[in-house]
Design a protein around this ligand. Structure first.
Ligand SMILES: C[S@@+](CC[C@H](N)C(=O)[O-])C[C@H]1O[C@@H](n2cnc3c(N)ncnc32)[C@H](O)[C@@H]1O
Length: 280
């Protein structure tokens, strides 16, 4: 984790940033796929909170499921909130309300939501229990919490070349170490049930799923995402500054990535854990 220059305290950095390449990844998401574990529990009229909503591509589907109930999306980044508001307006989701806010200090009354949801937030928020304590505070008794997060050690890239695998000579392993160095939790997807137990939730259920890339279009998207994000000057600077990789390694990995995507039968997938639990 980096340090705040004035106080010396740990200063978490949001690893993914808000550049156009990673935004394209978020644009591909929707509630039907990314909140499939939650949708069967939603009913019209519920009041739902989406923490770390990003550009709102999942949120608008959740808004549709609870209408005429309200969907409140919060994110610490104003530019994401603006995109989410535009998506809600374009889709006619007038029950979706978006505002900036910190998941560890929610701008909502106690016991004011039926459901709280987050997707790919706890991977990045350094203090998991601080987020879950706020979720518990704003949920009504019996209210439902649902989370979906990546667990990095079960992702695969086939063939591995220098792209897949967890070693410090691999692209994926280096990404996971960068996430951890920024205060994130690369294995959160499978740590969710324990985190919910520790936060005092009950009736906890967990599941797991893969996000797979095998069609030519999906592989081209993944290749371009890795080029545009992992090989961006900002990521290379962050990783080299932290001593996670050298510039020479990045140069070699870049050549391997172009080879990898041309391999016959190339196949990659990210592993996600989902968990739901109720506030007692
Ligand atoms: C990987 S994106 C996921 C966005 C969206 N949930 C999705 O899956 O498409 C993580 C989002 O969480 C937000 N975020 C990270 N830490 C946060 C915090 N403490 N409070 C509010 N938002 C936070 C980031 O700004 C970013 O938009």
């Amino acid at each position: 984790m980096s340090r705040d220059e004035s106080t010396g305290a740990p200063a978490p950095t949001y690893t993914m940033g808000y550049g156009p390449e990673f935004q394209k990844m978020l644009d591909r998401r929707n509630a039907a796929i990314n909140a499939a574990h939650l949708l069967p529990h939603l009913e019209p009229g519920m009041r739902l909170l989406d923490l770390g909503c990003g550009p709102g591509t999942i949120s608008v589907g959740l808004a549709q499921a609870v209408a005429p109930g309200a969907l409140h999306g919060i994110d610490m980044e104003e530019s994401q909130i603006e995109v989410a508001r535009a998506a809600a307006t374009a889709g006619g989701h007038d029950n979706a309300i978006f505002q900036t806010g910190d998941a560890t200090d929610l701008p909502f009354e106690d016991a004011s939501f039926d459901v709280a949801h987050c997707h790919a937030l706890l991977n990045h928020a350094p203090d998991t229990q601080a987020v879950l304590a706020e979720v518990r505070r704003v949920l009504k008794p019996g209210g439902l919490f649902a989370a979906r997060e990546v667990f990095g050690d079960s992702a695969f890239f086939e063939p591995e070349l220098e792209i897949g695998g967890l070693g410090d000579d691999r692209v994926w392993g280096t990404f996971l170490r960068l996430l951890a160095a920024n205060g994130g939790h690369p294995q959160m997807g499978k740590e969710l049930p324990r985190a919910l137990v520790d936060a005092g939730f009950k009736d906890i259920r967990a599941s797991a799923s893969f996000e797979a890339y095998s069609s030519a279009d999906d592989l081209a998207f993944l290749h371009d995402l890795i080029v545009g994000w992992f090989f961006s000057p900002a990521t290379i600077k962050a990783a080299t500054k932290l001593g996670l990789a050298s510039r020479e390694q990045f140069d070699g990995w870049r050549r391997s990535l172009d080879r990898w995507v041309e391999e016959p039968g190339v196949f990659a997938a990210f592993a996600w854990g989902e968990a739901i639990g109720r506030k007692p």
